[in-house]
Design a protein around this ligand. Structure first.
Ligand SMILES: [Zn+2]
Ligand SMILES: [Zn+2]
Length: 600
């Protein structure tokens, strides 16, 4: 059994236990184990086979280790099978509707037999929910809004979750002999924050290789169902519900096909118009000269002479355009810029010199300060800001002033130990400069959850909204504007509070917030957690247009989550940002100057 399958089963078990009213400690243990397996760099099954104890894996206790061993050796999870007889797994989908918690799902099912979103909608229409305990008019409204949001999000998966499945799949297919090129196209390649279907494109050097990749594609262990299988086109649904399409195309048309299937549709339409302006005809088979009937799709042999198509760059160049990075292909002015040789030099992951948002075991992180710093050093960062929560977030173990003082005592020790003993290049965590920071809650009235005395002492102050999402736009805007106007504040973290597929942004006038940030020397964060990706690409463009400085923060709560930075860089690229727009693409001295706001 693959790790991915184990993760899915552990999560399902946690969800069903939660619906079944089991204690939250048990539920959390299974969720933590799922996360641990998801981020494990090796196969659980291989570990079991080699006789290495699974209890060495952080987040996996003795009981769960036994269950994983059974899964690895028998391919089954008997406790889950038993539970699924009592609690139908279709109920899990119901918990994805915002406003419908596990408790309500259980009562809907017990009292009304509701086991799906469609049944819930039907019951609401028939007025059956009214009068159910705990379902007042307000709750009912919230559930209806939740169902609308559910339908907006259904069929799309967050980029980070797709990567987890797609990357090993690609490795497998690229290893098939005779495959010369294999790429993912579509919104995945454009790095959109959520992805629908996954489109794979392959070029092979022989017919036998085409057959081999088609076979390997359908035989992949994560495939739940083969939807169609042909010589040049196959389609499967994976066990996690994502549909993946594979097209095998000739090598000399690979670039044209990649361009076509990467999209966006709007970009393709605009690009075909550029081709027509050059008296050329662009299709998924190539760029053609002469004989093309613009109203009929061109096919090889029917559409004149192919003048480009092997690579995307070749097609763009033949049209007088610089190559457009996939992230920019949204018809937001990229073709005009490409024609004028004025495309931006987009930021890359290598430009990021430090992470300005992370948590440790001092609040709700899972790794110690030392572990986080060592991981940052391994990434080659110059600096890292430790930004644990403040006390208002009691459930995270947020820090009050006394606890912050204790944290600083530990930091003093850590830094003293880490000081390099010689003048040689510093090793390990000694190479990373620690910025002492905090993610301070913005309270309901816009004041901050930490004393001014401590705010002054911190190197970097992030502020964020974690409560009272329901305020009116005017109230929420005034609250946040007041917070960023505090002279010690440096960064507004996750500025809209959205959680992709789960929570819509709260109502806020971002233009007014950007104005206040600019006036007060405050940067806005792009929170790189793939669950948030907040600000969105469009809002980042607006921030840049207004001249507001942007920071990138992983908001990592574990060592592995530091890697989520790449998804943040993706979104910054989609927003046309260069390293000059981003605070933590600058050297430490410049970062410090920004954080001091011109003070000594
Ligand atoms: Zn936060
Ligand atoms: Zn945070």
């Amino acid at each position: 059994m693959s790790n991915a399958e184990m993760v899915r089963l552990l999560e399902q078990y946690a969800d069903l236990n939660e619906i079944n009213g089991e204690n939250s400690f048990k539920v959390r243990a299974y969720r933590n184990a799922a996360e641990a397996v998801a981020s494990l760099g090796e196969s659980v099954a291989a570990r079991v086979e080699a006789g290495e104890p699974l209890t060495d894996v952080k987040g996996v206790g003795k009981e769960i280790a036994e269950k994983l061993t059974v899964m690895a050796t028998t391919g089954r999870f008997p406790q889950l099978e038993d539970l699924a007889k009592k609690v139908p797994p279709s109920l899990i989908e119901l918990t994805r509707v915002k406003g419908v918690g596990p408790k309500l799902v259980q009562s809907l099912w017990r009292t009304l037999g509701i086991a799906s979103v469609a049944e819930l909608e039907g019951a609401i229409l028939a007025g059956k929910l009214a009068g159910l305990p705990g379902v007042g008019a307000k709750k009912l409204e919230a559930v209806q809004r939740g169902i609308e949001a559910y339908h907006r999000n259904v069929g799309r998966t967050r980029l980070g979750e797709v990567d987890f499945i797609v990357e090993p799949f690609l490795d497998k297919l690229r290893a098939v002999p005779g495959v010369v090129r294999l790429e993912v196209a579509g919104s995945y390649r454009r790095r959109r924050e959520t992805v629908g279907d996954v489109d794979l494109l392959a070029a092979t050097n022989a017919d036998t290789a085409s057959a081999a990749i088609t076979h390997a594609f359908a035989a992949y262990p994560e495939v739940a169902e083969v939807l169609g299988s042909g010589e040049t086109r196959s389609s499967v649904r994976l066990k996690n519900g994502i549909q993946v399409d594979l097209r095998v195309v000739p090598e000399d048309a690979f670039g044209a096909a990649l361009l076509y299937f990467t999209g966006s549709k709007a970009h393709n339409v605009a690009l075909r118009q550029v081709a027509l302006d050059h008296a050329l005809h662009l299709s998924e088979y190539g760029l053609f000269e002469g004989g093309a009937d613009p109203d009929r799709p061109a096919t090889p042999g029917s559409a004149g002479r192919r003048v480009a198509g092997r690579t995307e760059e070749e097609v763009y160049a033949r049209l007088g355009l610089d190559g457009v990075p996939p992230e920019l292909r949204e018809d937001r002015g990229e073709l005009v810029a490409a024609a004028a040789h004025a495309l931006p030099d987009l930021i890359t992951l290598a430009d990021v010199r430090g992470d300005l948002h992370m948590h440790s075991t001092w609040s709700d992180g899972r790794a110690t300060v030392v572990q986080m710093l060592e991981a940052c050093a391994a990434k080659g960062y110059e600096y890292a800001a430790l930004t644990d929560h403040s006390k208002a977030l009691a459930m995270t173990g947020g820090l009050d002033e006394a606890k912050l003082a204790r944290q600083w005592e530990e930091l003093d020790e850590v830094l003293a130990e880490a000081r390099p003993r010689s003048s040689e290049a510093p090793a390990g965590r000694a190479g990373v400069t620690l910025l002492r920071g905090m993610e301070v809650d913005i309270l309901k009235d816009g004041t901050l959850d930490l004393s001014d005395e401590w705010l002054e002492r911190l190197d970097i102050v992030l502020v964020s909204v974690h409560s009272h999402f329901e305020l009116s736009q005017a109230e929420q805007t005034a609250r946040v504007v007041k917070a960023v106007s505090h002279p010690q504040v440096n960064v507004l973290a996750h500025p809209t509070g959205r959680v992709l597929g789960e929570r819509d942004p709260y109502a806020i006038d971002l233009a007014a917030v950007f104005e206040a940030c600019l006036a007060n020397g405050v940067a806005v964060e792009h929170n790189a957690s793939y669950q948030r990706l907040d600000l969105s690409d469009v809002n980042l463009m607006a921030a840049k247009a207004r001249g507001v400085t942007v920071t990138l923060g992983s908001d990592a709560h574990s060592v592995d989550q530091l890697a989520t930075m790449r998804y943040g860089v993706d979104q910054l690229r989609r927003a046309w940002l260069t390293s000059a727009d981003v605070l933590n693409a600058r050297p430490l001295a410049e970062v410090r100057r920004f954080l001091r706001k011109g003070r000594g």
